[in-house]
Design a protein around this ligand. Structure first.
Ligand SMILES: Nc1ncnc2c1ncn2[C@@H]1O[C@H](COP(=O)(O)O)[C@@H](OP(=O)(O)O)[C@H]1O
Ligand SMILES: CCc1ccc(OS(=O)(=O)O)cc1
Length: 317
């Protein structure tokens, strides 16, 4: 996950999906907001927040939606795409990764918005979003979507996001590392506070159809985690296909793949001479950035902001 734009709530209906004219669709705006059972998150006063997960898949009657944040979205997208296409590597070369799954909150006229692209898409639909749970259109909760959320530990997220913001010319200059450290803690980054984003989705995990994954787990045991995704997507692929997907989604492979490394994006948007989009792809890079004082301060803030949650991250392998 890493940056985002405006919210666009519209009806989405795909050719394979809504046969009846008024059949509820994934993004349709409704008067009644029910929210996910028993755990609808509340927005805090500081409004916007940043994301940590993103991918949405929607199926005809039970849409699937998986959200993610600004730091592993590309990875899980490629995994999902390969699973959906039964490990067919050529099919996953059909387009650059950012064009394969509609980006829900993307709206930059005159290009079609993420919602317009979703509407034009056959079902089952895989969508991508960095939205915090609080900002997802209510129809997602009501349509029984599946959600695939990938969380990454806050320290590595901060580092990755900093470098991304340096090279993404459409985002504000992040300033110095020390300045950005404060910006991130305050939640004044695209999609808002990491803490609220992760908490929001984590607290919903048992109330909706959600597979909640950790970046660090995928790094540690990609085969096991990809198998979880396969099961969640109800795809039964044999061991050889699974091995192909594991191999095709290593950091090295994806960094060399023009369809995943964002080399097709213009330099005016992503200036990879400043920092590559596929930067390091490791767990623990925060140790090369945080001072001892920053680490102590961050740990204290983390304790306060994540108090009462059962989520447990690992920050090194
Ligand atoms: N196959 C892969 N393995 C490990 N990390 C990956 C990966 N594909 C992408 N990433 C990492 O995910 C981050 C990009 O996130 P997003 O896709 O949400 O923008 C970058 O992190 P780093 O900056 O730590 O290298 C990138 O290297
Ligand atoms: C607003 C610029 C921006 C930031 C992050 C984005 O997300 S992603 O890297 O494509 O997942 C997109 C645009």
């Amino acid at each position: 996950m890493r940056g985002g734009q405006s919210l666009d709530k519209e009806a989405v209906s795909g050719p394979g999906g809504s046969s009846a004219e008024h059949e509820p669709t994934c993004l349709e705006e409704r008067p009644k907001v029910t929210g996910p059972p028993a755990a609808r998150p509340q927005l805090s006063s500081d409004g916007l927040r940043h994301a940590q997960v993103s991918l949405c898949q929607t199926r005809t009657q039970s849409p699937v939606c998986s959200p993610g944040d600004a730091n592993w979205t590309t990875w899980i997208q490629e995994i999902v795409d390969l699973i959906e296409h039964s490990g067919d590597v050529d099919k996953c070369q059909r387009a650059a990764i950012q064009h394969r799954h509609p980006f829900l909150e993307w709206a930059r006229p005159p290009q079609p918005s993420g919602v317009e692209k979703a509407r034009a898409m056959p079902r089952p639909r895989v969508l991508r979003t960095h939205f915090p749970a609080q900002l997802l259109p209510p129809s997602f909760w009501e349509s029984n979507c599946k959600f695939l959320y990938v969380a990454r530990n806050a320290k590595d997220c901060l580092v990755s996001y900093y470098h991304f913001q340096r090279m993404n010319r459409t985002l504000p200059d992040p300033g110095t590392w020390d300045q950005y450290f404060e910006t991130f803690i305050s939640g004044k980054v695209a999609w808002g506070s990491w803490f609220e984003h992760v908490r929001g989705w984590w607290e919903l995990r048992d109330n909706v159809q959600m597979l909640f994954l950790f970046y660090e787990d995928i790094k540690r045991d990609p085969k096991q985690e990809i198998q979880k995704v396969m099961k969640f997507m109800e795809k039964n692929l044999d061991g050889a296909v699974l091995d192909t997907i594991v191999q095709e989604t290593t950091f090295e492979k994806m960094k060399a793949n023009p369809m995943t490394n964002r080399s097709t994006a213009p330099k005016t948007i992503l200036d990879q001479s400043i920092s590559p989009f596929m930067r390091k792809g490791i767990v623990g890079d925060w140790k090369n950035h945080f001072t001892v004082a920053q680490n102590e301060r961050f740990d204290e803030i983390y304790r306060q902001k994540m108090k009462g949650t059962s989520i447990n991250f690992c920050t090194e392998l």
